[in-house]
Design a protein around this ligand. Sequence first.
Ligand SMILES: Cc1ncc(COP(=O)(O)O)c(C=O)c1O
Length: 430
Amino acid sequence: VLQAYRLLEDRGKIEARPQSGYYVRTRFWKPPAEPDISRPATTSTKVNIGDMVLRFTQQVMRPDVVPLGAAVPGPELLPTIALNRLAASIARRAPRASIGYDLPPGNERLRTQVAKHMFNAGCELGPDDIVTTCGGQEALGLCLRAVAKPGDTIAIESPTFFGTLQLIELLGMKALEIPTHPRNGVCLDAMRRAVDRNAMKACLFIPNYQNPLGCRTSDDCKKALLKMLAERQIPLIEDDIYGDLPLDGPRPKVCKAFDKHDLVLLCSSFSKTLAPGFRVGWCAPGKFRDDVIKLKLYSTLATATVPQMAIAEYLATGGYEHHLRKVRKAYGENIERMSRLVTEHFPAGTKLTRPAGGFVLWVELPAGADSMRLYDRALKLGISIAPGPIFSAKSKYANFVRLNCGLEWNDRVERAMETLGRLIEEGASA
Ligand SMILES: Cc1ncc(COP(=O)(O)O)c(C=O)c1O
């Protein structure tokens, strides 16, 4: 039997999946075209997506749905047992420290570990450069408030993570959406025009493995962007939450690594790599550090102590790099499987990104498809997706969806993709 399997594998009829067995290969697979560079409006706008995102976030994590909507890694792929054990043993070993406040800048051991780790991303940071936060979302919010005030214009990629849009809305700022290429990131020519025409107060970009596009901005473009911003002293809030998750090759550098003018406020968290519910994030806000610390004290006072201690211990002793290698491989395989299923089940004319890292796919359905309607209909059948309009300040991307590939692969996922394909076809002919 084994010989037969090997022969079929050599002929490309079946494939071996580690620790799982042999599977029949899809016969012929050519990925569909990629979406074009985005063309958002050239003027800044107030953001009003709060209600739409609220409706989405309340449903997306329901335990009974196939979670293709949330960009959250499946707990099976995370070092769940190791982290929980560490948290429990820390609480036992250091009962007093673990229930006390750990005031900003936050847990020193964690800051030291983060600084060491970011050396891989080209950054020479020390523990004092870092402030720990309640997840990446708090880091982004603190940095935004440190550099801009209500009414100010913030440049963002288009499409972009809806949490960024929510913050801009909450803080009464305006969003200026910049055309973004699905492989190369923010378009520098468009950025130059936007800088020339607008009173831009700051930028908030995701240069490494952008959400939802999965693209990476090259080092040369990062340098050129920083040069352009330095001419006008415009700060860049750099969201690097997916930076540790390349699908191939080494961990990319961050813009902060090229920051000669102390204008980059680097933000990240461990939500995509270790434990979203621990709510541990951080930022390296450069010259805005004191403002960030003050804002943190005024808002959430401190980051929860035990999760910070557990993550610090895991980084120091737990094999973080080994874990990253494992999940990158799983995410890469899932992205390929999901891309094949899109090709197989979604209508002709569907377009698809080729992410370089992270674990989401951005899918452009044929013109006329309505992703909000698809979201409602899929949810009734126990499947969540992220509809395109939540990634835009002006409710664009009506015919786009984002799919999560960061989950443990199983038959439910395959069936859900088949169902989605059917719903899209039905929607198209309705
Ligand atoms: C690009 C990006 N930034 C920030 C966040 C928020 O991260 P956290 O859960 O650590 O607050 C997310 C979560 O989805 C994200 O995708």
